[in-house]
Design a protein around this ligand. Sequence first.
Ligand code: S3P
Length: 440
Amino acid sequence: MSSTANIQFCVQAGGKLQGEHRVAGDKSISHRALMLGALAEGTTEVTGFLEGEDTLCTLAAFQAMGVNISRPAATQVIVHGVGLHGLQAPKQELYLGNSGTSMRLLSGLLAGQAFDCTLTGDSSLSRRPMKRVSQPLALMGARIDSTETGTPPLHIHGGQNLQGITYAMPIASAQVKSSLLLAGLYAQGTTCVIEPAPTRDHTERMLTGFGYPVQRDGQKACLQGGGKLTASAIDVPVDISSAAFFMVGASIAEGSDVLLRHVGINPTRTGIIDILRLMGANLEILNAHEVGGEPVADIRIRASRLRGIHIPEALVPLAIDEFPVLFVAAACAEGETVLTGAEELRVKESDRIQVMADGLNTLGINAKPTPDGMIIQGGQLRSGTIDSHGDHRIAMAFTIAALRAQGEILINDCANVATSFPNFVSIAQTAGIGLETKTV
Ligand code: S3P
């Protein structure tokens, strides 16, 4: 649940990043571990779980549907699976906080249940587009009501007979793909999703790990309804989207040298590494190995001089959550950085193109928003006060910006950092950022 208290970040200018750090667990994989664990037969033990507000919303939703889930430790979760047909009708609507992943993936999963339910969210989630899932799910036979503009709350009618479809997604979205594949578990026949560009494939990998066959052929993923999931232990890697803040921080702050441990480097998520390398960053991938079907590695980052680039559009879906902090990298780079093909950023937890451009402008950077991206001239960051608009990644991106600012940066509305990275403040402090928080 997103907190109503406004937390302000007060970040001293300057500093450098050092040390070895294991940052937060992967949000996408943590959500999926709960979902597939709940639908599996047997007990799934999840280690390295992200205890963020978003994933805790998914956890609470399954508890409300009768799934026994215990947490022997903060990052350890035991899910007692109820099987594909074992969920019970929740007594109340399911509140999903700030979490688009929970709402979109659950829409597909719940479309195949025998009972009705209603999904709600906070003010940000209540503005986000859901037709991208409700329309293709309707083609499968689902009945989902939303507001007229297609935003939450969503009311999902149970008891529908779903049919497999082949759906070519108009946008590259792992949430849409996953939603349809989860509905496909309950559909008659085959459900296939074709993506216009590769997006994160954690759902396909984890389904396979749970013994559910997924056929993958280029940009197409298919599964047959009516199978079963078998519980499997999940070791969640560190979230590369959380590690990204420290990758950029170490790159831009002179004298930095950090080692980030056990980071997920699934090739559908490594756009941040490719983009930073194109900008001249000094990143080393060490000790690469596979853990439970997901590649992980330690990443060493040392400071370097970054240069502006035109970001290849093919990398956009592979770095979709990293643009707030990449814009900070661009502001610290020499020359111009141009991003195109990223209109999706306008419908994330905030309009990340407008909100980041406004914040960078406040700090004296020439950043021009465009309909599908931004043009940023590298320059000198000044001191200033930023509104994060309750968006966790905006708040963390401007914390990193302070490493290269001339004076203190104040960031308002930071409580939602806890949605994806609950110990961001302590890790940032340990790594060398002069960050204090104030409840206002
Ligand atoms: C996610 C997919 C991405 C990403 C989001 C998590 C997922 O969204 O932005 O934070 O877990 O599937 P889209 O698939 O809508 O791009």
